[in-house]
Each structure stands twice: as C-alpha cells, then as structure tokens.
Design a protein around this ligand. Structure first.
Ligand code: C2O
Ligand code: CU
Length: 549
C-alpha cells in the first residue's frame, strides 16, 4: 500500500460554472476539486489550507468508513472543530474498500458553494465485470444565491425564505444558465456570458465499439436527478462501493450522496454525437436540463447532436424510481450476509414542523442542532455539559400518527442529544416518511450514514408495521450502501453493525434539510478509542485542551 499525499488550498474565486459569475469555493483553483485516485489499502493524507479568509472549513470523506480514525471524518461539530481561516489541517485515513466515493464540505451549507469532489479507489481483486476505459461524472445542482443568503433565509421566520429550485444543473462542474433570464440584466458583460469557456458543455469522447465504465456520483444540494445518455443503455454494476447484480436502465436515478458505476457500450451510429442529460425528478422542475455531449470519435466534440435532448421521466412518477431502488441487489459473488436478527430497532419518523415560528425538519419530533463542542471531543474528555445528555426517542406514536395528512407536530423540540449504541451489536433503522406541511405532499429524502455501510433490508409504501414488515426483509442478497432514498409516503429499512468506534452523523443529504434539523448522531464504542488528536480541538468547551501541559 502507498501513501498518497495531497496539498490543497481552499479559497473563494470568481467562476462561471453555468455562465453566471459568482463566488465559488475552489480547491487548488478548481471546482469540482481534484479527484483522489488510490488503490485499496492506500493511506490518503490531505493537508488542507483554509484560505477562505472569513470562513471556517471542514471536509468530509463521504463513504470512507474511517476505521480507527473517526476524528478525521471531517464533520464539523461531530468529529472536529472547524478549521479556522489561515489554518492548515491534516486529514489522514486509509481507503480500505474499492469503489467510487465523494468528498465535500461538512460545515454549514458550504457544500453548495462548490466545495466537492470524487474519490476513486481501485481494487486489489478482480472485479465481476470488464470494460475498456473508465471515466467519471460528478453531478450537481447549482444556485446563484450564496450559502450565506441561503442559510439566513432558512433560519429566518419573518419571512422564512426557502432556497428554491436550482438555477442550473452541472455535469462535471459545467452547466448552462439562460443569461436572458436574469431578473436585472447587467451592463457588465462578464456577469453572465454564454460564450465563457467555463460553461462550455462537458464532452465525453468515446471510441466506437468500446465499453466505458462511468463512475457517476451526485452531490446535489437539493435535487434528485435522472441521468441519461441518449440512445444508450446503461448497465449498473456498482453502487456506493459495492458490486451490484447487473441490471439495465435508460435513466439512472441518483439521490444526493449516491454513487454508481455503469457500463456503456459505444455501439450506436458513430457518424454523430449524442446528448448526455441530467434532469430534476421528485420536485416540479423549473430548472433546465444539464446537458453534455457523448462524442463519438472522430466527430467534432463541439458538434451538437442532431436531435433534441431526450425528455426526462415525469417529475412526479415515483414508480420507476422505487423500481430502481428495488432492483439494486448485491452481486451474487460478492454477497456479505446481514445478521438475521437485530438487537435494537430505531424507527425514525421524518416530519416538517414549526418550532417557535421557525420552519424545521424533525425526526421523532426532535429537530437536530449541532453543538458548539464536537461530540467526539466532549465524550472522550468527559465534558458532560457540551450537549443534551437525554437521548432522542427510539420511535414515535405508531398507532396514533397518520403519515398521510398534514400534521402540525406542535410538540416538536430542538435538541443536540444523540443515540448511544452498544458496541458490536446489530441495529435496525427504519426511516419513515410522512406528509409535509403542504397538502398531498411528501418529499424524497436521501439519508447518509457516516462510518458505515448498511444493508438495505427493504422499502415499503405507507406506514411501517413493526410486526409484519420485517418478515419481508431481504436476508438473501441485500445491497450494502451508505446513502439510501426514503421514497414519498414510504419507509426504508436498514441494518448495520456497531463495529466502528466513533461518533457518526446520520442525516438527510439534502443540504437545506440537514441544516433545518433533519439528522441524528450515533455513538458506539467510544471507550475503545485511544487518545484523540489535538488538531480536532480548540473550539467551544475544548478551548485550551489542545495545548498539552
Ligand atoms: Cu456526504 Cu454527512 O455527508
Ligand atoms: Cu430531506
């Protein structure tokens, strides 16, 4: 195994990813940031310099389990203090599993400003599929408001300002905003300019007859996406770093925080180019499609395909999305069997509500807030007044709660209490969706667990039944993932082993939802951890602790 050393400088720069000029957070001048490429078992060292001048920073390595290094998970408030402007923080961790992973800011709503990238880990052992070439595609949605405007709007009550729909969709950091749509046209031609090379569409050049492995990841702030390559089928072979029993799709649905590998054969009429499209699903889309070009060599890469881009599935058609979720099973030769029973079942009801007049999301009537002192430090240093010591509830009023109607959930409260899990046990999590505060509306939430891969035991419609639904769990070939959707008015059941000492966030990956309280935190095996590095301290009640006597 090798050591891969990266030196990154993070700063704000003016960029025009969708032709509209705004402040973007870059890593070494780029957004998306550089791809981390490693071999299974390698050690990654990232020396991260915060040159944001007026803003804190933390980067999370999404999908990397951080076995033995929970303090380098990069989750501000959970595993570390924020990195102050001017400071350099050293992340060091092992990429123990092959697969496609992501990284992104985990401080406030900073991810939205462009601080994200991909991690590719190649395997030691042969993979259950073959291909000629490999490429990666990182999808995102793009907002013109700054993270500050968004965060301030979400935490105001007079009036509450929702982030709204994205202005554009980016494919590998490139999109196209219709400059003529600017509310206040600017005389400064540089503000929005569709001939800016920053926003020329992404081009994927392919050689006719060859098979490509596309590693596709989504780090949208809000949107669920449908990804398509005009006229080409995609065979799904990997999900979140686990091999999938191959299945074929025309549209690949991706939720924020998910990654897939698909195989695509360049076997169509080679005399032309084809569209690559990304579209919003699950919300009534107002955002134009993200467009790229699937360029058959030797056609000119800038030659527009001779067709109109393929139309996406209806935004409100949940069926094909649920069907894809159900189709994702472990590859038969790579099954890791889940334990057949669990030691603890936690049912998490996801609701929208108002607390003291503020719009919030809650889980079992508790809206999550981050403490000022990271849990990991508070727990290791026995600082008991750093967060609420009362754990949130393991369930909700199953019998009395109707998930299909608007509920005011008036007894919701805010808390930073956490779940303490017994080490080396099996825990089931049932994510239960419900109606929002709008009539006949339920949203899709992609939930992401830090520090673990979990088995996806099942999905269901309506209210989860603790007695009968577990009988339908897939104990034979469930896929393992780190991010999973909870479909509208439905439930998703997960199982994991509490075998990774640390403190782990589990939350909706929609940035505004987590910001508004849609998350929980699990602690397990904290007593097994040795001394924590002093570099993660320095804030809140850990001030001064990082100075060794
Ligand atoms: Cu990719 Cu806690 O997030
Ligand atoms: Cu959500």
């Amino acid at each position: 195994a090798r050591i891969r050393h990266y030196k990154w400088e993070v700063k704000y720069e003016f960029k025009s990813p969708d032709c509209f000029k705004k402040l973007v957070i870059t890593i070494n001048g780029r957004s998306p940031g550089p791809t981390i490429q490693a071999q299974q078992g390698d050690t990654i060292i990232v020396e991260l310099k915060n040159s944001l001048l007026t803003e804190n920073l933390a980067i999370h390595w999404h999908g990397i389990r951080q076995l033995g290094t929970p303090w380098f998970d990069g989750t501000e408030g959970v595993t570390q203090c924020p990195i102050l402007p001017g400071d350099t923080f050293k992340y060091q961790f092992v990429v123990d599993r092959p697969g496609t992973y992501l990284y992104h800011s985990h401080y406030g709503m900073q991810r939205e400003a462009g601080l994200y990238g991909m991690i590719k880990v190649s395997p030691r052992d042969p993979e259950p599929f073959t291909y000629d070439y490999e490429r990666s595609i990182l999808l995102n949605d793009w907002f013109h408001k700054s993270t500050y405007e968004q965060a301030t709007g979400l935490s105001s009550k007079d009036p509450f300002v929702w982030v709204g729909e994205p202005q554009s969709l980016l494919i590998n950091g490139r999109g196209r905003f219709n400059c003529s749509k600017l509310a206040t046209p600017s005389l400064d031609a540089g503000v929005c300019n569709t001939s800016n090379p920053d926003c020329s569409p992404y081009v994927q050049t392919v050689i006719p007859g060859k098979t490509y492995r596309l590693r596709i990841g989504s780090l949208t702030a809000l949107s669920a996406l449908s990804f398509q390559i005009e006229g080409h089928n995609m065979t799904v072979v990997e999900a979140d770093g686990h091999y999938v029993e191959p299945f074929v799709v025309q549209n690949l649905f991706l939720y924020s925080g998910e990654t897939y590998s698909v195989l695509v054969k360049a076997d169509r009429d080679p005399s032309r180019n084809y569209w690559i499209t990304s579209n919003v699903v699950g919300r009534n889309r107002t955002t134009p499609p993200g467009l790229g070009v699937f360029n058959y060599y030797p056609n000119h890469p800038r030659r527009s395909p001779p067709s109109t881009p393929p139309s996406p599935p209806a935004w409100d058609d949940v069926k094909p999305r649920v069907a894809q979720s159900l189709a994702i099973k472990s590859h038969p030769a790579h099954i890791i069997k889940p334990p057949s029973t669990s030691d603890r079942v936690i049912v998490l009801l996801n609701t929208q509500n108002k607390i003291d007049g503020y719009f919030r999301w809650s889980v079992n009537n508790v809206s999550f807030t981050l403490p000022h002192t990271p849990y990991l430090v508070a727990l290791k240093q026995n600082i008991t007044d750093a967060f609420d010591q009362t754990p949130p509830p393991d369930g909700y009023d199953f019998a009395g709660y109707d998930i299909s109607i608007v509920q005011n959930n008036t007894n919701a409260t805010s808390s930073n209490g956490i779940y303490r899990l017994k080490f080396n046990t099996t825990v089931d999590i049932i994510l239960q969706n419900a109606n929002t505060m709008n009539k006949n509306n339920s949203e899709t939430h992609p939930w992401h667990l830090h520090g673990h891969d979990f088995w996806v035991m099942g999905y269901g419609e309506g209210k989860f039944d603790v007695k009968s639904d577990p009988k339908k769990y897939n104990l034979v070939n469930p896929i393992m993932k780190n991010t999973v959707p909870v479909h509208t008015y439905g439930w998703t059941a997960l199982r994991f082993r509490t075998d990774n000492p640390g403190v782990w966030a589990f939350h909706c990956h929609i940035e505004a939802h987590f910001f508004m309280g849609m998350g929980v935190v699990f602690e397990e095996g904290i007593e097994r951890l040795g001394e924590i590095p002093s570099s993660i301290m320095g804030c809140g009640k850990t001030k001064g602790l990082h100075f060794k006597p």
